[in-house]
Write a protein that binds this ligand. Structure first.
Ligand code: BGC
Length: 777
């Protein structure tokens, strides 16, 4: 049974509410993550106000990376906590693991970003307490967190509320901060200044509380904490209203980018205190309304409607759009998106290929400004990518598998947990040999260009990224005398269950694409005499890149279908040992194969973690004929455990492309369950950002049939039987389009200022501004 409830919203809140309908401490982690709040600048897990064993109380500020020790890689530090509260009722700690709990619901309202928790509880001292906790992280002012608490007791009793700024939090034990200054102004406004231990990022936090009753207020300053303690007498039936407004500012914030480091902490403290006081004067309600207005605007612009017998699907798509909106710092090109966004410690806040191939499409197809910023982040990553290429004996730009701060370069950890068979720590090979990311980024750059026509970006960043990654590939391929061709040996492809493989089809085709794209740019888009060509030539040496690519491109091995029509995923794959994987495939829990085998053993089995050759067919729908695609889809799906959250969404899209409608819908429904399903531990380390982007992809690119092919945007929807209509926005070359897809009809409304051309169900059409085009399907 699912602990979470999705049908609690009625009227205009229908399909907007996610609810936790009972208290079960085993679900703390999952709910902390999926109910997490934020605004791209910060992310706050929805840890409950009172503490429980096993809770993970995280607040992250994007980009504030720090290395806790020389042996560890840089990670997003958990800044001092501002969400926790200790409440004593008649001397008893408010904690749901004691006393009697008679009612409990926690609701995430996706429409306005607010969480509300309603509790009825009898304390061990026999005091009936009704409590309502509310919290937002403002979308109107990225520095602000606001919380409110309404309490009512059935007896006259003393109540103590203690809360403030708690610097004892860590990242699973790793302490990232020096505790520097703490102070209380006017007996109310708390100030806590800390600084990361290695990267020297200053963090200024401020908090102020208010209560509607007279109370004794005592500042409490203990080791690494600063709190205010409110002690007061409550009367039976009286409404007690408590608020806490908090502000976070850091020296990494965009507004301080050019500020002098000297004296920055003074500036942060002054600005933080001012911001706190301004926000505090608006109160919880005022702050919530301002934030809700921003949410309203977002939903107006970005909402997707699924019409039909599809309540849960509608809600899940909103869940995905909610998290997509809070995972990216859309105006700051120094910041990427973490694999767990800002909702957990998993993957240390690092960015992977997840961004470019699973998350970025949402931005590229609907919010080009944000997409541009995310790609500029990758442009800035070129520093580390060039360094990595050099260190590994290659040329050009070899993107890090995991990225953190813009110029950090490769930050993939070298080691992870123990091997189930040998007991030794396992080496992480992805940072060393998972190379396809360089081509994935080039692919994303070109998709962005096709969708937006943003030449300016291409000229300042995009061409350079494509050309330098192409040079990397030209230096990475190896000529083998035995086969008389260029090959790519010793890599990990997308399927991470296969290490040290040769000629991973995905990697080889992507490298080939990347190099061809570079040739196309050099031959068609760069005219020798322009300033741009001269600049690029000066920086990269274009004739050298061309020569390098020309020397290998025609003889690069691109694995084609064998006699049975199967494209070998790698040179080894089709010779691996077949095992019965039914048990693992049927399990809702991911990666249980590791309970029986270690990585080395799994490497020898014909079993895959995620879409690999299937991913290739998704990215290049016209690379193989339909029969080959169908054969390969069936062959590889049969061997895939979908143990990565990046797998099901792609399988849904591919199945739909191939007319396997039921299967596509089944994969779709399963992909919605990655974070929202009953698996209580699945999101403990944070939500799965790529799977969340994958929900958008499988909705819009899958059922909505949206794809960039050649130079055109194609739309050819194929909806699941249960859906009547799918309505979604797109932004094509600056033109806002509203797409309404049904089973028999496709309607595209051009809401922009210029004519827009796209291919609707195979037919090239031009749509005038303000016009509506209808196509029968
Ligand atoms: C997947 C990768 C992914 C990473 C981060 C791994 O489990 O296999 O494809 O990039 O998680 O989400």
């Amino acid at each position: 049974m699912n602990h979470l409830k999705y049908d609690g919203g009625t009227g205009n809140l229908k399909n907007w509410l996610i609810q936790e309908s009972s208290f079960d401490s085993r679900f703390l982690g999952k709910c902390e993550a999926i109910f997490a709040q934020g605004n791209g600048y910060m992310g706050v897990r929805n840890a409950l106000e009172e503490s429980y064993p096993g809770e993970v109380r995280n607040t992250f500020v994007a980009g504030t990376f720090n290395k806790a020790s020389a042996e560890e890689v840089t990670e997003l530090p958990n800044v001092p906590d501002m969400t926790g509260m200790t409440i004593l009722i008649g001397g008893h700690v408010f904690n749901l693991m004691q006393g009697e709990l008679s009612a409990y619901t926690r609701t995430m309202n996706l429409k306005n970003g607010e969480t509300v928790r309603e509790v009825r509880w009898k304390s061990p001292g026999g005091v009936y307490t009704a409590a309502v906790f509310k919290r937002i992280v403002s979308l109107a002012d990225e520095h602000i967190i606001a919380a409110a608490l309404d309490l009512m007791v059935d007896k006259d009793v003393q109540i103590v509320i203690e809360t403030g700024i708690d610097g004892t939090v860590t990242n699973s034990g790793a302490q990232h901060f020096k505790d520097l200054k703490r102070r209380v102004y006017d007996g109310r406004d708390m100030q806590y200044l800390s600084r990361t231990t290695e990267s020297d990022v200053w963090v200024a936090q401020h908090a102020a509380c208010s209560l509607n009753l007279q109370a004794d207020i005592l500042p409490v300053m203990e080791r690494r904490t600063l709190k205010n303690r409110y002690t007061f007498m409550a009367k039976a039936g009286q409404n007690i209203h408590f608020e806490k407004i908090s502000a976070i500012h850091t020296s990494r914030d965009l507004e301080y980018e050019d500020a002098k480091t000297e004296g920055i902490e003074e500036k942060l403290m002054a600005d933080g205190l001012k911001s706190l006081r301004e926000s505090n004067s608006k109160g919880y309600q005022g702050l919530k309304e301002a934030s809700a207005l921003q949410w309203e605007k977002y939903w107006r612009e970005s909402g997707i409607t699924i019409d039909g017998d599809t309540d849960f699907e509608q809600l899940a798509v909103r869940f995905s759009l909610y998290h997509l909106n809070i995972m990216a710092k859309q105006d700051d090109n120094r910041i990427g998106i973490g694999a767990k966004a800002l909702t957990g410690e998993g993957y240390k806040g690092h960015s992977f290929w997840d961004t470019e191939l699973f998350i970025l499409p949402y931005f590229t197809f609907t919010r080009p400004g944000a997409a541009k910023s995310l790609l500029e982040y990758r442009y800035k990553n070129l520093v580390g990518a060039r360094r990595k290429a050099k260190e590994n004996g290659y040329e050009g730009a070899m993107y890090p598998w995991e990225c953190a701060w813009v110029d950090d370069g490769e930050v993939t950890p070298l080691y992870k947990g123990a091997d189930v068979v040998t007991g030794k720590v396992k080496k992480v090979l992805t940072g060393l040999i998972e190379h396809h990311i360089s081509a994935d980024i080039a692919y994303a750059v070109w998709q962005y260009y096709l969708m937006t026509g943003d030449r300016d970006f291409m000229e300042t960043c995009g061409y350079e990224m494509i050309l330098d990654t192409a040079l990397f590939w030209a230096s990475r391929v190896q000529y083998r005398k035995e086969t008389g061709r260029y090959e790519i040996l010793d890599v990990i492809g997308p399927d991470e269950y296969k290490e040290h493989v040769d000629n991973n089809a995905y990697t080889n085709y992507m490298a080939n694409y990347n190099m061809h794209l570079a040739l196309f740019i050099m031959e068609n888009l760069l005219d020798d005499n322009t300033e741009l060509s001269k600049r690029l030539d000066h920086k990269l040496n274009l004739s050298y890149i061309k020569e390098k690519i020309d020397s290998c491109i025609d003889r690069l091995y691109l694995p084609g279908p064998d006699k049975d029509g199967i494209i070998p995923q790698t040179d080894e794959y089709l010779h691996l040992t077949k095992i019965d994987i039914t048990k693992y495939k049927n399990s809702e829990e991911a990666k249980i194969i590791y309970k029986d085998f270690n990585a080395e053993q799994i490497n020898g089995f014909m079993v895959s973690k995620q879409a690999d050759t299937v991913m290739l067919m998704f990215l290049f729908p016209d690379l193989f004929d339909e029969e080959t695609r169908r054969k390969n889809f069936t062959f590889y799906e049969d061997k895939t455990l979908h143990d990565s959250s990046l797998s099901k969404c792609i399988h849904s899209i591919m199945a739909n492309d191939l007319g396997l409608t039921e299967m596509a819908y089944d994969f779709y429904k399963r992909s919605l369950m990655i974070d929202l399903g009953p698996q209580m531990k699945s999101s403990n380390e944070g939500i799965h950002s790529a799977a969340i982007g994958g929900i958008w992809e499988s909705t819009v690119m899958g059922f909505g049939g949206v794809r960039l092919k050649g130079e055109y945007l194609h739309i050819a929807p194929k909806l699941p039987k249960k859906w009547k209509k799918l309505i979604f926005p797109l932004c094509l070359k600056g033109c806002q389009l509203k797409i309404t897809a049904a089973h028999q009809e496709l309607v595209v409304e051009n809401m922009g200022q210029q004519e827009s051309s796209c291919v609707l169900n195979g037919e090239l059409v031009s749509i005038e501004p303000g016009a509506v085009k209808r196509i029968e399907l």
